[in-house]
Design a protein around this ligand. Structure first.
Ligand code: SF4
Length: 347
């Protein structure tokens, strides 16, 4: 019989499992709390659980632990961590300092099936979904590194690493429930952002399942350009996607983040900005403008700085909050859309 991996279980699932073992209900909370305590990887370390129960646990269950096999530092302070998983697959997380705050960018899949035509992860194709334990494991491992450095905890989690989180929906929801559990890693839902290319039915389900911040990879306001950049737009076009965003239940006083990669002569003109303003009408949002990082894989060019500023001004003049976000970690391939392809090339 296969052993059960306990870090795949939410607290509710743990309660059911504990009940099925014939153990008292309090045991679920007790085991769950141990799993997310720093440095615990063996049942023998769970000192307030009887030896007999610990022996049974070791016979029927496992506690997985992933640790970074690779670490690369960017000049801007971002650190990219590469994890080699049990089956040899490589995933990456990026720790991004912003002032005294730390944001961790988390992966949800190995590779990605969405094939966005500016994204290096997309060129890998889809390999497999990450388990809840592998998603949470990234956060736990980097939390321990941050603690060992004497820093404060990770402030924000963004699901913007490898993969499309909503394409790994069930595991994502379980991972979120584990991350948000007070006796687990205790992340408030206000500090978690799910970034998606816009799988509309799953977006609706996400809003029903949890209350988290939402980021949409929009990148173009017209269907023709967006379909060129993101094949998913053929199935879920711009107007329908933005209607789903308007209906999404955000944490109070939060806005949908609209991510917009700016590419020279493709989507960076004032005409594009005006169309974006029109499409965003009535949506409580802010726009992150991300000047494209040039690379050898795709033919696109970075926009001129003046063009980015003019685009931003056009949005701002219409009352939309628009920030120019310099992509972090560009020198270590940790910037948006650059994760993982190189890790594979190094094999
Ligand atoms: Fe997948 Fe996101 Fe890359 Fe698109 S941008 S291919 S959804 S990882």
């Amino acid at each position: 019989m296969d052993k059960i991996e306990l870090k795949n279980l939410t607290l509710l699932q743990m309660r059911d499992w504990v009940k099925a073992q014939g153990w008292p209900a309090f045991r679920a909370q007790q085991i769950f709390a141990w799993l997310y305590r720093t440095g615990i990887s063996e049942f023998s370390q769970m000192t307030d659980i009887s030896k007999e129960v610990r022996a049974k646990l070791a016979a029927i269950a496992t506690i997985s632990r992933i640790t970074p096999a690779m670490e690369e530092r960017s000049q801007d302070g971002s650190v990219k961590y590469g994890f080699r998983l049990a089956d040899g697959a490589v995933i990456e997380s990026v720790l991004i300092p912003e002032g005294d705050r730390l944001t961790l960018c988390v992966s949800s899949q190995v590779g990605c099936a969405m094939g966005c035509n500016f994204c290096l992860t997309g060129t890998m194709g889809f390999v497999r979904n990450l388990s809840p334990a592998e998603i949470v494991g990234q956060v736990q491992a980097i939390t321990e590194i941050v603690q060992a450095l004497g820093k404060n905890r990770i402030n924000n989690l963004v699901f913007m690493g490898m993969g499309e989180p909503l394409a790994n929906f069930d595991n994502l929801i379980d991972a979120l429930n584990i991350l948000m559990e007070q006796t687990g890693l205790d992340f408030s839902s206000r500090r978690i952002t799910i970034s998606t290319c816009g799988i509309i039915p799953k977006l609706k389900e996400l809003g029903e399942a949890v209350t988290v911040n939402l980021a949409i990879s929009l990148h173009a306001a017209d269907d023709e350009t967006r379909t060129q950049l993101m094949p998913i737009n053929k199935t879920y076009p711009v107007d329908e996607l933005l209607a789903a965003c308007r209906a999404f239940p955000l944490p109070s006083r939060r806005k949908v983040m609209i991510e917009y990669i700016m590419i020279k002569d493709l989507n960076d003109s004032v005409r594009h900005a005006r169309l974006l303003i029109k499409k965003l009408h009535g949506l409580s949002c802010k726009v992150n403008l991300l000047p494209y990082n040039e690379n050898k894989t795709f033919p696109y060019q970075s926009p001129a700085r003046e063009q980015v500023e003019l685009f931003q001004k056009t949005l701002r003049d219409s009352g939309i909050t628009a920030l120019i976000r310099e992509s972090r970690g560009g020198d270590i391939s940790a910037a948006c859309g650059q994760l993982a392809a190189e890790a594979d090339e190094e094999e």
